[in-house]
Design a binder for this molecule. Structure first.
Ligand code: MG
Length: 421
């Protein structure tokens, strides 16, 4: 793997994006602590984005409204306007592209670019040009922070590190040259590593990793083991300054199909087998360190085929994918009676993204529920791994006669031992 000897990447993250767009659009909000909430008129929700003024009071994104009010009694709560943010996003991208080509848009308020020769030589000049273009053509209330480093992951961390100082939030510009590392990196808390949340921190602590310096000193294989998938190893190379690329195209989907045994050819029995296949597919998804954004269901019925698909939130837990299957199955039942014969079924999780690049879906605001179900799925996976078979599952686990649910061998996929549980 290549290890660049200079900065090659820029990472740009808008500061308190939804809130600053609100301030740009409505002068009454300027200079005031603003919190954007999903719905108006209830305290039983949380602030999904807040302005720099609110941040200086200690208000954070995804904080309960009651806690935000405690920390900042004057906070102005405004209901989200997704369409306004989408339009602002498009306008801002166009302005940035007038200065430098965008390599990848990571979320509604984050993006990354490759640096050309001039950007590598004068990152400060480039940063100033980007910021002044936005200020002039969009407005001075929408600010961004920019990080420069050898790879995208380090540039993202540099961006975050530059975003906040003791007396200031936002409008940051941070340059981490390879020769300066790891000094600016190892002073950061572990939670600044993309993908390290509270649970991961606990897991690391149990392994004796308490600080960024501890993490930096590990070996790639050890990190892979701690993470439970290849993302740990990828992170090692990223932290150590290697040019590690996102690989979304490496995998397109995780799916399983099966010909049904004669006793399982009714709709209710086929549904049970689809459930099993889907749980198997979700386990593989998690082991490989992915999330999915879509679910497809395919049935071969007497008299033809039926197939349909569904958009999921960006998820990887059993509860979420099973809920998606239940919704698709409703559509099957509207069309076909219970007595309909089903010969083959197939389920596929698609539209994948790597787990370490998952973006909190702010417009759905489901993160709390998802985290709960994700920890349930992780606990179940851990138990099954310990016993080497399915001892626990969400809902019943009754493999059909003939076994081998999801263990089919094909030219494109060689099953692992876990696929046969
Ligand atoms: Mg942001």
């Amino acid at each position: 793997m290549r290890k660049p000897d200079t900065i090659e990447r820029l990472y740009l993250d808008f500061d308190g994006f939804f809130a600053s767009v609100e301030q740009q659009a409505d002068r009454r909000l300027r200079g005031r602590p603003v919190g954007v909430v999903p719905f108006e008129g209830t305290d039983r929700t949380c602030v999904i984005a807040c302005s720099r003024e609110a941040k200086l009071f200690g208000v954070k994104n995804v904080m309960n409204v009651s806690e935000a009010r405690e920390r900042c009694p004057d906070i102005v709560l405004v209901p989200q306007k997704p369409d306004l943010y989408r339009r602002a996003h498009n306008t801002l991208l166009a302005e940035i592209e007038s200065v430098i080509p965008i390599d990848a848009v990571k979320s509604i308020d984050e993006l990354t670019c490759w640096l050309d020769e001039s950007g590598r030589e004068d990152p400060v000049g480039l940063g100033v040009r980007l910021k002044s273009t936005i200020a002039r053509n969009v407005g001075p209330y929408v600010t961004c922070s920019i990080g420069f480093a050898a790879n995208r992951q380090l540039a993202k961390m540099a961006c975050k590190a530059g975003k906040r100082t003791e007396e200031r939030y936002g409008d940051g510009l941070m340059i981490w040259r390879p020769e300066d590392l790891p000094a600016p990196l190892i002073v950061l808390p572990l939670s600044d590593v993309p993908g390290v949340g509270g649970r991961m921190e606990q897991r690391l602590a149990r392994a004796g990793v308490y600080s960024m310096a501890d993490l930096y000193a590990l070996q790639p294989k050890h990190m892979r083991k701690l993470w439970g998938n290849v993302n740990g190893e990828r992170l090692w190379y990223a932290l150590h300054g290697y040019d590690i690329q996102a690989q979304p195209s490496e995998r397109g989907m995780f799916g399983h199909g099966r010909v049904l045994p004669p006793e399982s050819r009714t709709l209710p029995a086929a549904y049970e087998i689809c459930r099993l296949l889907l749980i198997k597919a979700a386990r593989r998804l998690r082991r490989a360190g992915y999330y999915c954004n879509g679910l497809m269901l395919w049935l071969a019925l007497r008299g033809g085929e039926w197939s349909d698909q569904l958009k999921l939130p960006i998820v990887n837990d059993d509860q979420a994918v099973l809920a998606g299957l239940a919704r698709l199955w409703e559509r099957v039942r509207r069309k076909h009676s219970n007595g309909t014969q089903v010969f083959r079924v197939g389920v596929t999780l698609c539209e994948l993204s790597l787990a370490d690049q998952r973006q909190l879906d702010m417009l759905i605001n489901d993160d709390r529920t998802r985290q709960k179900w994700e920890s349930v799925s992780t606990a179940i996976d851990g138990l099954n791994a310990r016993y080497g078979r399915t001892v626990m599952s969400l809902g019943p686990w009754k493999p059909p006669a003939g076994g081998h649910v999801g263990g089919k061998i094909s030219y494109t996929r060689i099953p692992t031992a876990e696929d046969f549980w």
